[in-house]
Every structure is written in C-alpha cells, then in structure tokens.
Design a protein. Structure first.
Length: 495
C-alpha cells in the first residue's frame, strides 16, 4: 500500500513530529530507506534529531536517532499493509463493522459507513450514542441519516462536484448547523454509480490530506462489496422503500421522505413506472445488473430497482417528461436488445402498486417479437380492464386525466367529461354533438380544442377512442362507489 507523508505522521502523532508538509501531496511512497531512492522516504539524523523526507516535504522527530526513527517509519508501512490484508479478509465475510473499527487508530475520529439509501452499514463502536453530536445520536438510534443531513448534502452537492472536478482528492467539508462537528464525506462508487458513502466526523483532530487519501483507498476497497449488497436478494427484494411501494407493502414514511428529499421529489409530483427486460427472457443475472448500471447513468433523476428478471424505474415526470424519456431510451433499447413498458401517470408514489400490476399484466399481453422497443399501457388498457375482476383495479386503469376530473367533482370537470363522451358517441361529429349539448358549433370547437390540450387527448386511433369511452363508462358506472369507499372511515384490523 502506497502512502504519503501525512499518512505516515498520522501514525506518529504521539511523538509530536515537527511538520513541514505540503497540503496536497499524492500517495506514492512505497517504503522507507536510510538513503535516497525514488518513491521511498529517506530517514537521516541532524543535530540529534531524526529527519524523514520525501522530495520537498519532511518532518522532524525530536531527540530520536536515525535507526530508531527508521524502525518506527518501517512499522508504519507494515501496519498499513497488515491493515489492508485484514480488511480484505473482513470484506470477504461482509464484516463491515470490523473494517470501520479497524480505522479508528488511523483516522482518530468517528467514522460512519452508509449505503446508497443512507442506511447505516457500520459506525465506530468506540463512541457511544451521546458521545459525538446530534446526528451521530440519530444515526445510532434510527440506523438512517436524518432528513436534515440529506438536505445538507444536497445543498452542497453542486459545489462539491465542482471541487471534485478541480481536484479529485479535495477535502469536502460540511458543517451542519444542528450537528456541531464538521463532516468529511467520501463517495463510494462502482462503475461510476454511487453505492454508498464514508463520513469522517472531525471530532478529535482536523482531517488532513492523509485521512482523505486513506478514506479514498478504503472507498475503492468497499465499492465492489457494497455493489454486491445492492444486487443481493436480501437488499433488492423487500429492503428498498420503492420496492415495497410497488408491492403494496407498508413503508417507513420517514425513510420515504428522506429518499424524496435526496431525489428532489415532491409529494404532489406526477409519477410513472417503467419496466425493462431483455427480449431474451433467459438472459443471465449479470446482464441484468449491467443493464441497471447503464440505466442509472442514463436516468440519474430516477429510482432503478431489479425485480426478478425485470428492472423497474420510478420516473418523476416533473423532472423528466415522457417524450424526452422515450427519446433518451430509443437508441439505448436498440443497442441492448431490450424492451420497455410505460405505465399510466399516477398522482402519488402510493399508487405505484397499481402501475406495477399494470406493467406485469401488460408484459403478458404484448408480443415483443416485432422490432418495436417501447410500449405504453394506454394501448393495452382495454384488454387489461376487460380481464380485471376487481373494481379498484379497473378504476386505476382508466385514462388518468379523466380520473382527475372525476375526483374534482365540480361542475366544470363534469362538463368536460360529458362533452368528451358526447363527442365520441356521436362519432366525432361536431354538428350532432353541438345539437345534443345545446351548444353553438364554434363554442363546441373552442371547448374541444381547449380540452384536447388540457387532457392531452388523441382521437386519431380507434383503440384510443375505445379506451376513452370505456374509461368514461367505468367512471359513470363505478365512480360513485369508488368515492364512497375512499371517504369511508378505515376498518380496524381484526385482533
């Protein structure tokens, strides 16, 4: 393991070395010698003190002979090499707690390992819950970062990215107002995809260049193991808050809120669900992981989850419009011999379970042997509704703008639905529709143009018109029953 001068003196702090070091030196020292040699530190003796130098840098160990100092510095290199061997062995056992605890004598500060969802993987065990600061106590009690911490990281993310571009090894400090200590965060990435972070809390001493280089090295060792956790069944199935939402399971709303803060999502944003799979349903798991990595790079504002042999992507359409999404994915799908299925728009993340069911049913309805790569649920909604047996499933499959109008319940919204229904039932005849609704022809034309734009209607296809008519019929037949069910008080569970 190669070191820099800061990493050496961090292990010799008890000897109170006199430092003459550069603030920003790379880790390129292979060892120590009693003579000058390329890539080796040089130990000498002057006026009864030991001097250790490398290029322009040096530190002085007062009142030590050269031989003693040489042995001490050699011990530092042996310590780091032994640490690395033991760390790799612990990572092989996925023993993250042992790894983090082994860093205490090196960093001399509290250390936290978080996964990509800000879940605590390990914390320095030498510090109790109340021995650091409020965020440390929160992490100890809850096992996740607080919303405040996530917001703080988001607020400084752009500045940190620019600092990283200028200097990849820069020390990025964040001082939360509620915390008390400076946090130094290092991102853990695998194939440029974030899979966790390492946070040093500046409690005992200032973080220096040696700490940052050591933490960066540790991040590289951790990256492949955290990536394995991301794709393991115990993590992918049931742990992710979005996976649980898709399956209609209860979630910790504090964890969900934290994730929404991280992605800059809002409660009332519109969402869609995408499902990806290879045309070859027998594609091996490794290829599915590669596809997920590619999707994360192409869709950084989205959540990407592996579920069985498919990949599901939660899309916030406020941040990424459907047209732009389809444009971004066109070449991607062709090159990867994959297909994508797009759900209806949902008004809430808690409706993802319906989108999930829609896409799984749609996969059974679609024939993907053609060259087409991108499929919309709207084109298969009629088949889905006709096969449904549950009222709620039918209503969640109706055209979303119609459902929104029905939920508003005001006369203006109902008038829009009546106008569209009459227009469709009259085979899109302006004259007959105007006569039926007692409207002037020009008034009807103006109203239809306004409604088409507002509800994003497309009357060009027979399948689309049938979907609109069936949606309106369902709302008219079952809508009142649905509203009554929504407004009813919850039924207490059986005990």
């Amino acid at each position: 393991m190669r070191l820099n001068m800061w990493m050496i003196v961090n292990r010799l702090q008890v000897l109170e070395p006199q430092l003459h070091l550069l603030a920003d030196s790379p880790a390129e020292i292979r060892g120590v010698r009693p003579y000058q040699a390329d890539h080796y530190a040089y130990v000498s003796e002057k006026n009864g003190d030991a001097w250790c130098s490398y290029g322009e840098e040096y530190f002085v160990l007062p009142s030590l002979s050269r031989d003693v100092a040489l042995g001490l510095v050699q011990d530092v290199f042996e310590f780091y090499n032994t640490w690395e061997e033991q760390t790799l062995a612990a990572l092989g056992r996925m023993d993250f707690q042992s790894v983090i605890d082994s860093c205490s004598p090196i960093l001399s500060n509290p250390l936290v390992l978080l996964d990509a969802n800000y879940k605590v993987m390990a914390m320095s065990s030498r510090y109790g819950e109340e021995e650091v600061d409020r965020e440390w106590a929160y992490l100890s009690r809850n096992g996740f970062s607080s919303i405040k911490a996530v917001k703080g990281l988001r607020s400084q993310r752009e500045d940190n990215l620019r600092a990283r571009e200028r200097n990849p090894d820069a020390i990025l400090r964040l001082r939360p107002d509620w915390s008390g200590y400076v946090n130094v965060s290092c991102s853990i990435q695998f194939d440029r995809i974030p899979c966790g972070s390492l946070v040093i809390i500046e409690k005992e001493r200032l973080v220096n260049k040696g700490d940052v280089l050591f933490a960066g090295h540790l991040c590289r060792l951790l990256s492949s193991y955290l990536n394995k956790i991301t794709f393991s069944s115990s993590y992918t199935y049931g742990t992710s808050v979005f996976y649980r939402l898709m399956n209609g399971q209860a979630v910790d709303e504090a964890v969900l809120q934290m994730q929404m803060v991280y992605y800059d999502w809002k409660t009332d944003d519109p969402y869609r669900l995408l499902m990806f799979r290879y045309r070859d349903r027998e594609a091996e798991a490794l290829l599915l992981r590669l596809l997920r990595s590619a999707l994360l790079q192409n869709l950084p504002t989205c959540v990407v989850e592996i579920c069985g042999t498919s990949i599901f992507v939660v899309v916030n359409t406020r941040l990424l419009e459907v047209e732009r999404l389809q444009e971004k994915l066109a070449d991607f799908l062709q090159q990867n011999e994959a297909v994508a299925f797009l759900s209806l728009e949902m008004e809430s993340l808690f409706q993802l379970c319906y989108s999930y069911d829609h896409l799984r049913a749609m996969d059974r309805l679609v024939t993907t042997s053609t060259a087409q790569c991108f499929y919309r649920f709207e084109d298969y909604a009629v088949q889905y509704i006709l096969r449904c047996t549950e009222t709620q499933d039918k209503l969640m499959a109706v055209y979303p703008p119609f459902r929104k109008c029905w939920q508003q319940s005001d006369e203006g919204a109902m008038e829009i639905l009546r106008t569209i229904r009459a227009y469709l039932l009259n085979n899109e005849s302006i004259a007959l529709t105007a006569q039926q609704l007692y409207l002037h022809r020009n008034t009807l034309v103006y109203r239809l143009k306004k409604v088409e734009s507002r509800l994003q209607l497309d009357f060009s296809g027979n399948g689309t018109r049938l979907y609109y008519l069936l949606s309106l019929a369902l709302l008219e037949t079952l809508g009142d029953e649905w509203k009554a069910a929504e407004s009813a008080p919850p039924v207490p569970p059986d005990l």
